[in-house]
Design a protein around this ligand. Structure first.
Ligand code: NAD
Length: 424
């Protein structure tokens, strides 16, 4: 099949690369010329395991990138993978979705006689595909839904494991009012094993929000239990191991820690809260999920301060800046509010992350960025572990470089005795 993927970020680039690797002809359209040049030079603009190898195999053969939408004219399907960041009130900002839909429509308007499917892969509030994407595409193309089909095909990949997840999905959700459009979307996945679920368009949109809200709830729930366990002197990891052995609960997403970050959970739960409120519903549970998540990282600083005394002029090593391991993504990383609180208290922050220092430098230019854990720990009065990078689990003698060995873990990863956990 011929595919145009609009938006070459985490979801767009990984989807495009994986579809190309299964034999489709794929063009990525992105408004960012730097990203486009990098992709065409086989250099992934983001780090994802396996992505570089796929680009090496496919770019120049059946994968390319462009800033122009021309490839839509001879594509069977266009996938919208642009960002849906949070607006000021927490609702999903759909400006990029509208822009992408208009641009796709304008190009389709120049073609004759070819049926085209527009599929939304971005996470969007229920109703967006039918009530925003469809009218924008139809208006700018001056065509009808006999000529263009609309599909909502949410993406569930996890950053850090994006290529693996894309190629091994738990399910592939295809929501559409049109069976013809849904069948074309299904063909995209002919090279990927995964159970296909056909739904209404709005149900597909809601499945994505509900999945993320449920996972975020599991994390905030575990963190709340962890906070209680810490006061009671009980190891929350023992507790959750026992709890997760219940097949109705499952062992996943029960790791207590400094809270969830990333580009999806915080914004998607906020968008769901905002959507519920706009319909007159007070989403009590979801609000609590967000509240726990806001407070959790600040507990790291509270515990640290109790151990070190006032933080003014103290050197604090922050190990881990990415929102999780194996990615350079710092969006809504829990290290952001932690660094903010440390700086406000007058601490000198020395930070290290195996991949994310350059991205964090844009947020906090004045922090000292180090090229190793040892450098960050040297002469530090305290250390906060913020990301579960596997290399941190090996740290041991490096902590002897600290002025005083106050080590607070926000992710349970160290094996040394001197650590104190955020909720253990
Ligand atoms: P991203 O910010 O990494 O990428 C978006 C890309 O779209 C950028 O490269 C940007 O330049 C490009 N873009 C913006 N407007 C454009 C336009 N009009 N035409 C062409 N390109 C345009 O975003 P992402 O993390 O890939 O997320 C995309 C969507 O997928 C969001 O709705 C997100 O919630 C959802 N999602 C993300 C993940 C994830 O792990 N990142 C997982 C599942 C779903």
């Amino acid at each position: 099949m011929r595919i145009t993927v609009v938006g070459g970020g985490y979801v767009g680039l990984v989807s495009a690369a994986c579809f190309a690797d299964t034999g489709h002809f794929v063009t990525i359209v992105d408004t960012d010329p730097v990203k486009v040049d990098m992709i065409n030079s086989k250099k992934p603009p983001i780090y994802e395991k396996g992505l570089l190898d796929i680009l090496k195999r496919t770019v120049g053969k059946n994968l390319s990138a462009s800033t122009e939408y021309e490839s839509v004219t001879d594509s069977d399907i266009s996938l919208i993978c642009v960002g849906t960041p949070p607006g000021e009130d927490g609702s999903a900002n759909l400006e990029y979705i509208r822009a992408a839909a208009s641009s796709i429509g304008t190009i389709i308007g120049k073609t004759t006689g070819r049926y085209h499917v527009v599929a939304v892969k971005s996470t969007v509030p229920p109703g967006t595909t039918e009530n925003i994407v469809k009218p924008y595409v139809l208006k700018s193309s001056k065509k009808t839904d006999d000529d263009i089909g609309f599909v909502m095909n949410p993406e569930f990949l996890r950053e850090g494991l994006a290529v693996y997840d894309f190629m091994n999905p738990d399910r592939i959700v295809i929501g559409s009012k049109s069976r013809k459009a849904a069948d074309i979307a299904e063909k995209l996945y002919s090279g990927i094993k995964g159970e296909i679920l056909h739904t209404e368009t709005t149900a597909a949109e809601m499945i994505k929000y509900t999945s993320n809200a449920f996972l975020a709830t599991k994390i905030s729930f575990s963190n709340e239990i962890g906070n209680i366990c810490k006061i009671l002197g009980i190891d929350v990891y023992d507790v959750m191991k026992g709890v997760g052995m219940d097949h109705r609960i499952s062992p996943f997403f029960l790791n207590a820690g400094a809270g969830f970050g990333g580009s999806c959970f915080p914004k998607d739960v906020s968008a769901l809260v905002s959507l519920a409120k706009s319909k007159g519903i007070n989403p009590v549970l979801l609000n609590s999920v967000l509240d726990v998540n806001e407070n959790q990282p600040l507990k790291m600083v509270e515990i640290l301060e109790k151990r070190t005394g006032p933080l003014k002029n103290k050197k604090i090593a922050v190990l881990g800046l990415a929102f999780k391991d194996n990615t350079d993504d710092i969006r809504d990383s829990r290290s952001i509010p932690v660094i903010c609180a440390l700086l406000k208290k007058g601490a000198q922050v020395s930070a290290y992350d195996p991949m994310a220092t350059n991205t964090m430098r844009k947020v906090y230019p004045d922090v000292e960025y180090c090229s190793s854990s040892s450098d960050a720990l040297c002469d530090a009065d305290g250390c906060l572990i913020m990301t579960e990078w596997p290399e941190f689990s090996e740290l041991n003698d490096e902590f002897n470089l600290m002025k005083s060995k106050v080590i607070i873990e926000g992710r349970r990863i160290l094996s040394i005795n001197e650590r104190e956990g955020i909720c253990w």
